[in-house]
Design a protein around this ligand. Structure first.
Ligand code: FES
Length: 153
């Protein structure tokens, strides 16, 4: 797990000192540098910026781009929407879960991958579809999974 360096969080807070409405940007900065936002970081922001923790949690849980749990360096989304289901998505998910030895929603112990199950990625004709770090891989088969994942360090 990537520990969040609270000194670094302080520097980030300092950068926005005196500016209004910077909380979302600050949280995005922390997310982008550490890949998640810890409760210690939230406490620090709350104390330094005099913002109630509840408000920070509300924002951090609202935005899809922010995570309150540590996530892997690469995010795999497996589409389990109806069109992908009929075209074999469950087998793709099984293969990925088997290869990485994690279940949907989990992260590999080496923090390499986080696996997410999603509903319809809006490109049903390409199904079954997985998206890795925003790159779409369509019409995939279980046999293709290993080759795709191998390219992500
Ligand atoms: S159901 Fe998978 S992309 Fe639409």
């Amino acid at each position: 797990m990537v520990e969040i360096d609270l000194k670094r969080v302080d520097e980030m807070i300092e950068r926005y000192k005196g500016e209004e409405g910077v909380l979302i940007q600050l949280l995005l900065d922390i997310q982008s540098e550490f890949n998640w936002i810890s409760k210690e970081a939230i406490t620090q922001i709350s104390e330094r910026m005099q913002i109630p923790k509840s408000q920070i949690y509300r924002i951090a849980s609202f935005y899809e781009a922010m995570s309150l749990e540590p996530v892997g360096r690469h995010i795999i989304q497996v589409c389990l929407g109806t069109a992908c289901q009929v075209r074999g998505a469950p087998k793709i998910l099984d293969r990925i879960e088997g290869d990485l030895k994690i279940k949907g929603g989990e992260t590999t112990p080496d923090m390499r991958f986080t696996l997410k199950r999603v509903n319809c990625l809006g490109c049903c004709a390409m199904g079954p579809v997985i998206v890795v770090d925003g790159i779409y891989h369509g019409k995939i088969t279980p046999a293709m999974v290993e080759g795709i994942l191998e390219t992500y360090e």
